[in-house]
Design a protein around this ligand. Structure first.
Ligand code: S3P
Length: 424
């Protein structure tokens, strides 16, 4: 993909469904009794990996343009897969499904692409083993491929060292199959879609401060779910609207769950003009966002806000490069174990564009304001890297080339078309 500077961005864009919520709708719908209907499902490669995995375990899932229909077979209705389950590029599928598979009366093997085979799985293997699971890394490197032999599980109170919704969800899902209450306490609150949606399907689950507790063996019943637009996808247009002079964009149907809205708070703290319109709450809060170009200034981003914007940090780097003054990002060591090492990759290519950026152990320091110029970026199989540099290209002189640009199909298949649709 070759991209160039634009004059301004104007118009409206409707954001596709939330990736985290789409995954969970398929998983919980499969474990529920009867029909689950999902509208605005994200037709991204990651969520399609989740659909495929549950189909391989005997769940009938109809994927039509209007809706997904999941014919759930109840908590104990999964069948042994006839072959290895392919997680593709999806960390969420891998970690959440491991929690489900840990308590099944059958064995399974999970694998995925080159990126997934480098991502740390010890973080779920440890708590699931504590619950009694037999889960091993086939290559002995604590990464996929994983072999899981289902076992009877017991409830634990797990103190997680990372604020990770994937870890929390894996343990809570295993807890559905345990012999007592399962609790997870995390160091800071991560996205809570599992808690909201499992309760909606009928689970006995409650949260208090940083601890979520689930009772075993609920009767989950099929539901209707309308997936809100993904704030992590909207983030690219928020950043673009703010940094490209003379822009005004209306971003429709964006999920603004407080465990995900750190990007909004950061944009506003940096001086960004974003107004929330038509705020609604149907289980998950949603709004339209009116974004107007703004002069941004650097800020420090650290502590409990980090899990609420973890996937948006690459595009926040782009905003920081365009902001006056210094932006410091701390407490974000998790960036090193995403689809790519997002500290190294952002430092490499933002430096190549002329930005003063330094990587640290747990984040980066960006001195903004220098003009950016085009360069060649390799996406490193990381959709958020490709989309972040597509946004940087909009204000960079010359040509920006993105290699491996089609990786955006993971979370936002129509990303480049939607961006082109706003370009003046
Ligand atoms: C996700 C949780 C986050 C996030 C990922 C999706 C989820 O990962 O980065 O894109 O749907 O639970 P961690 O749990 O590793 O923080």
């Amino acid at each position: 993909m070759i991209l160039h500077k634009v004059k301004a961005l104007k118009g409206e864009v409707t954001i596709p469904g939330d990736k985290s919520i789409s995954h969970r709708a398929v998983m919980f719908g499969s474990l529920a009794e009867g029909l689950t209907e999902v509208t605005n499902f994200l037709q991204g490669a990651d969520c399609l990996s989740t659909i495929e995995a549950f189909r391989q375990m005997g769940i009938e899932i109809e994927n039509t343009p209007e809706k997904i229909l999941i014919h759930g077979r109840g908590l104990h209705g999964l069948q042994a897969p006839s072959s290895v389950l392919d997680m593709g590029n999806s960390g969420t599928t891998t970690r959440l499904i491991s929690g489900i598979l840990a308590g099944q009366p059958f064995e399974s093997t999970l694998t995925g692409d080159a990126s997934i085979q480098k991502r740390p799985m010890r973080r779920i293997m440890e708590p699931l083993s504590m619950m009694g699971a037999a889960i091993t890394s086939i290559n002995g490197n604590d990464c996929a491929p994983l072999h899981i032999a289902g076992r009877p599980l017991h409830g634990i109170h797990y103190q997680s060292r990372v604020a990770s919704a994937q870890v929390k969800s894996a343990v809570l899902l295993a807890g559905l199959y345990a012999d007592g209450i399962t609790q997870v306490t995390e160091p800071a609150i991560s996205r809570n879609h599992t808690e909201i949606m499992l309760r909606y399907f009928g689970a006995n689950l409650h949260t208090e401060d940083r601890t979520a507790s689930v009772h075993p063996d609920p009767r989950l019943m099929g539901q209707k779910i309308n997936v809100p637009g993904d704030i992590s996808s909207a983030a690219y247009f928020m950043a673009a609207g703010l940094i490209v002079p003379g822009s005004e964009i209306l971003i429709r149907n964006v999920g603004i769950n407080p465990t995900r809205d750190g990007i909004l708070r950061v944009c506003q703290q940096m001086g960004g003009n974003i107004t929330l319109l038509n705020v609604k709450n149907d289980g998950e809060p949603v709004a339209d966002l009116l974004v107007k170009s703004s002069s941004l200034h650097g800020i420090t981003i650290e502590g409990d806000i980090i899990p609420t914007l973890i996937d948006e940090l690459p595009v926040i780097n782009i905003m920081a490069a365009c902001a006056e003054g210094t932006t410091i990002i701390r407490d974000a060591a998790e960036l090193k174990v995403k689809e790519s090492n997002r500290i190294d990759v952002m430092v490499q290519y933002l430096s190549a564009m002329g930005c003063d950026i330094k990587g640290t152990d747990d984040g980066m320091i960006i001195k903004g304001g220098a003009p950016l110029h085009g360069t060649t970026v390799d996406s490193h199989l990381d959709h958020r890297i490709a989309m972040s540099f597509a946004i940087a290209s909009l204000i960079a002189d010359g040509e920006t080339q993105i290699k491996g640009s089609d990786v955006v199909t993971i979370s936002y298949p129509a990303f480049y078309q939607d961006l082109a649709g706003l370009t003046c």
